[in-house]
Every structure is written in structure tokens, then in C-alpha cells.
Write a protein that binds this ligand. Sequence first.
Ligand code: PGA
Length: 254
Amino acid sequence: MRLVRFSEATHVGRHAAESIAKTIGERPRAVLGLPTGATPEIFYAELGKLHDSGLDFSRLTIFMLDEYVGMEKDNPLTFASYMDRHFYSKVNVSRQQRHSLNALTTNPQAECKRYERELTEAGGFDLLVLGIGSNGHIAFNEPGPFLTLETHVEKLSEETIKANDRGTVEKDNSSLSVPAAKTFPTHAMTIGIEAIFSARTVLLLATGATKAEVIAKMVDGHITTQLPASLLQIHHDCLVLVDEAAAAGVRSGP
Ligand code: PGA
């Protein structure tokens, strides 16, 4: 794992987008794993700009990392809807290139198995972009006494529900109307630790002071399933892209 610091959040997103462009240049048929959340919004905006200036996305294969179990299709908080809004509407990625987990499946376990098969058939990720939860989750692999290898259903922690119930809604986008769901989903489907670890390259993006504590623990702390991102310390090619605010608590490294 290597930490790369940038002076501003914008530069984190730009650098990550440039890494995608480099991957496409070297491997136009690359398999990408792409995240949702507030952090990667700049990254997707930069990818849109790169597409406007000629970057071709048409031969990639793209997998989303996770999805809420049971969230209604018209809810803009679904990750499928996030990807449409921030990425697919801005670039040339056809439906055939996209892989996602169906929030409305009646059998989440079977849906996870299907996804795992698709991931395996695609040969795993060439480049996997991750965010990090303030509790150290990666995709939706939450802290706990053990982690799960394959795509699976995960119970969301209180902290994650709190962060995502409000956090994923773009505050500046007043056109978003979030249906008043009685309760936020308690479970999500997520790719597992094996797909993350077998990714050829991992980029983890973190920006802002709210991520400073978890980034410090991930980089300087013990490797533990209680902080799933800490396992990335032993990934053979993982870059952690952070702005100054998120890097504030890190003692080691450059
Ligand atoms: P965030 O989410 O970018 O909205 O902070 C990150 C995550 O939970 O993985």
C-alpha cells in the first residue's frame, strides 16, 4: 500500500480519472470495479470531461461494488441510479458493458452468486476503485470478527446507515426527490474480500477531515477484520489517494 497526498480533493478525483484513462490506453478491454458515494463524484465528473475530449469507454467491462437490498427502483439513493446520474449518462458505456446487483431481487443470496459468477467469468478486476467508510468498510464489507470471500449479503452497521441515509444524497442537487422510505435498508449485497484482493490494481480514494481518523488507522494501525481497509496494507498494488485533510493523522509514509 502506498499513500499519495494531494493538496485538494479535486486533484484526488482528477488523478483517479487519469489512472482510468491510462488503463484504457494500455488495456481497452479492461475490467473495472467502480464505487459510489460522495467522494468519487469529482472522479466521475473528471471522467465525463475526459470522454468529452475523446476518451473511449466502449470496450470496458464495468462492475459496481454493492447495492442495497430492497430499495425501490425510483429511489435516487440506489447505487444503480447513482451510477446513471454520475457516470453512465456522461460516457459511452452501453448496457451490455454494465454489471450491477439488482436491489429488488427476491433472492439476494442467489443474486450474489450470480454476480460472483459474472465477476469470475470476466476474470476479476484489472483496476478497482474504492471509497472507505468512516468505520473502515470497503465496498460494504463491514468491520467484524470475520470477513467473507465472495459476493454476499451484509448487515449494515448503524454508522454506515447513518452516513449513507444522508450522505449519499447530493446536497446541491435539488432535483433529487428521495421517496420518504419508512426505513433505510438494513442489508446490502457487496463484492467480497477475494475480488478486492485479486484486483490487479486498487485505488482507494478518501477526502475530507471526516476520513482522517480512519485513514490513519488503515495506514498505521494493525491489520484487522475490525477495520477491513487495513487488509489493503498487504495488497501488492494499492494506492491510497488522499487530500491533506484526510491525510492529517497519518504518521508514516511520504
Ligand atoms: P463516501 O462513502 O464517499 O460517501 O464517504 C464511502 C464509502 O462508504 O465507501
